[in-house]
Structures are given as structure tokens and as C-alpha cells.
Design a protein around this ligand. Sequence first.
Ligand code: DAK
Length: 268
Amino acid sequence: MNELPLHKINYMNFQNIKIELKDKIAIVVINRPKQLNALNKMTIEELHNALSHFINDAKIRTIIITGSGEKAFVAGADIKEFADFDVERGRDLAKSGQEKLFDFIEKYPKPVIAAINGFALGGGLELAMACHFRLCSENAKMGLPEVSLGVIPGYGGTQRLAQLIGKGKAMELITTAKMLSSKKALEHNLVNYVFSSEELLNECLKLGSLISNNSPKAITAAIEAINAGFDNQVNGYEKEIELFGNCFGSDEFIEGTTAFLEKRKANF
Ligand code: DAK
């Protein structure tokens, strides 16, 4: 990872993740480089705990999730951990993992950016796809190779990949288990931008800094409204109207409009 003047803070005694703070941005680094940052149960638990903590920390406006080292974001769920699962355990863990981490991130009230710094495979790509958007390094490789192991993506991958790149391409990628290069991932809109490994984190921080200028309450409402359009149970347009109306009751709306009229920068 890039050498940055990051203020390192030990929020909690995490074993598998590191937290670094830069201005109003929390960088969550998955830190199991010897296993290419494979997601085991404890890592999922720690990610959930760290993110839960940041929800109530008004100083943190954006979360960046990345992997330790230059080789991998996350090379999948930890294969050693789920190799002996039976049907019931597989189903239970898919459900609890989806709720605890993947759906939790998708609905998270602050923007979560995936900085994909290498392999993002299986559960790793599912984690990146649950994030609100993705940037990757030129050396990144992305895929859902689960069928090569006799399973299917179990952390929302069949749903989110089809939403992001379209049904036909998702069918191809999942059934062939092949990996996409960073260039192809950009062409397929799986990632928003590609940068060199050296630039990746700084570019994510620049986006985080733009986010920090804006109204946190409006951002939370925007995330909810965008997500509503992908929820079959909800009418996205109606949700947008409701959330739009709510904005008019917020102190941040008053500050934003007052600052504009007073020709100054809003202070959110
Ligand atoms: N799990 C555990 N260890 C892993 C790992 C993984 N996913 N990926 C890599 N490692 C470990 C390797 O075992 C190796 O450890 P040692 O042998 O040195 O102890 C170390 O990381 C370095 O890996 P390689 O030696 O293989 O490195 P290479 O450069 O040669 O290859 C690679 C890099 C990324 C191409 C290769 O490591 C690879 O193919 N890794 C596995 C990719 C993969 O198939 N990932 C899993 C996808 S399936 C579930 C829900 C969801 C899921 C599962 C369960 N439930 C709800 C129960 C999701 C499943 C998946 O993610």
C-alpha cells in the first residue's frame, strides 16, 4: 500500500483488520496477506464491528475497504474454513454472512468504497460488489470462481454481479469461473476507475474528500433512494419522493441553502 501520512489508531483489538484514519475517512485494511486476505468468520465479524462503530462516529464520512499487500484485495472466502460444511451449515452461514456484512455494507448510511488492489475473487468480489462503488489497480483480477469448487456465490454474488454488469455477462463469468482483468472490469462497469497500484488509495481518498464536503444526511438519503430502485419490494420513485421531502426538515438543508445564498462554503 502507498506510504501515506496516516494516523494509525487502534480502535479495538482487531486481529485480521487494521484501521487507519485520514481526515474524515476510515481506511479498513483486511490484513491476512499470507492467505491473500481470505475472508474467514473472524474477519467478517471484525469488519462488521468496525463498520458498526463508524456509523455513530460523526467525524467519519467515508469508509474505504482494501486489502493488505499488493497482491490481493480478498482472494475469496477462506476455503480451509468452509471445506467441511454440510447443507445446513452452508445455508445458515450464507444467511448470517449476508446480513452481517454484505447487506449491511450495501445499506450502510455512509459511502463505502472498495479499493481493489489485486485479486478479488469469490467472497472477495462479493464484498467489493456490496460496497457502493469500486476502484481498482491495474493488476487487479476479478471473478466468481465458486462453481470450480462445487458451490455457487453465497454472499449475494449471483444477484449483485447481474445488477452491475448485466445478466448475460454475469451468467458467462459465473459459469466459466474466469477472471476479468482491470481493463475488462472497467469496460463492464464493474469498477468506476482503474489506477496504478501506487495511485489507487490516493485516488480513493480524493473521492472521499469530495464526499466529506457534502451533507451527510443527504448522502445517507441518496444511498437509500438509489438502493430502493434495486429492491423488488419497494417503489424507488416513491421512496425518492419521501426521502426528498424529508431533506427539507434537516438542519443540513438549512445550512446548505443558507451557505449558497451567503456565498460561502457550507459547513456540514
Ligand atoms: N482461502 C484460503 N487460503 C487461500 C485462499 C482462499 N480463498 N486463496 C489463497 N489462499 C492461500 C493459499 O492457500 C496460499 O497459502 P499457503 O499454501 O502458502 O499456505 C496463499 O494464500 C498464497 O496463495 P497461492 O500460493 O495460491 O498464490 P498464487 O499466486 O499461486 O495464486 C490465486 C493466487 C488467487 C490465483 C490462488 O491463490 C487462488 O486461486 N486462490 C483461491 C481463489 C478462490 O477460489 N477463492 C475462493 C472462491 S469461492 C459461503 C459463502 C460464500 C463463499 C463460501 C462459503 N458460506 C456462506 C458458507 C464463497 C466462496 C468463495 O469465495
